[in-house]
Design a binder for this molecule. Structure first.
Ligand SMILES: Cc1cc2nc3c(=O)[nH]c(=O)nc-3n(C[C@H](O)[C@H](O)[C@H](O)COP(=O)(O)O)c2cc1C
Length: 192
């Protein structure tokens, strides 16, 4: 049987991003469970800030189309969110907004989504998870219940990408198991 494919999208393009590090933890956990993860960086898919005048003149940016096609090759998506003032990073929100445009770009309805966050603060970005869940439900995404906010990011990761906090490690395991289980209900598209 083909492996379940899951794409992992951190919402920070910062070189030393904690959320990208958490992406590696998710990647490792999914691989151990037998799935086929793809960890990307949004730095590879730059898009202008959405402006409907520009959209009317130039259409949806090529990078949004490329990213939508890549997502379509996966059954599941993990969005890993920096928390900026209690909500999304501009990078993540702008990317999701572009992905919600145009018939061919509406990638939300045919795959299952999980949410995670990571912050140097004690709460780990827990508030952005509620905003992100609300936002994704509004575009028709199927969401799993388990989620993960990793606090104290400076000391959260071991060299093998596992999480040092036992409770966070347990939540990561539960998120990945549930996502793989639910992703079996979805079919992915073959690369064009
Ligand atoms: C504009 C701004 C707002 C922030 N607001 C929050 C916040 O509300 N909660 C929080 O835990 N951290 C907040 N932070 C700190 C980020 O969690 C921290 O910079 C984190 O490292 C960003 O994620 P990254 O490492 O993946 O780039 C904020 C940072 C910035 C730049």
């Amino acid at each position: 049987m083909a492996k379940i494919k899951i794409i992992i999208i951190p919402g920070s393009s910062r070189a030393a991003s904690h959320n990208a590090r958490l992406g590696k933890s998710v990647e490792a956990a999914l691989r151990t469970l037998g799935a086929e993860p793809t960890l990307i960086s949004l730095a590879d898919y730059p898009m202008p800030i959405l402006n409907q005048d520009d959209e009317a003149e130039h259409g949806v940016p090529e990078n949004a189309k490329v990213l939508a096609s890549l997502i379509a090759e996966h059954q599941g998506v993990v969005l890993i969110n920096p928390e900026y003032n209690g909500s999304f990073s501009g990078l993540m929100k702008n990317t999701l907004d572009w992905l919600s445009r145009d018939v061919g770009l509406k990638v939300f309805k045919n795959r299952v989504f999980a949410l995670a966050a990571c912050s140097p603060g004690a709460l780990g970005g827990i508030r952005v998870l509620a905003h992100a869940r609300d936002n994704l439900v509004s575009v028709g995404a199927d969401m799993i219940t388990p989620q993960l906010a990793v606090g104290g990011a400076n000391n959260a990761f071991a060299d093998d990408h596992s999480l040092t906090n036992e409770r966070a490690a347990g939540l990561l395991q539960s998120l990945c198991e549930t996502l793989i289980h639910r992703a079996k209900d979805y079919t992915r598209q073959e690369p064009a």
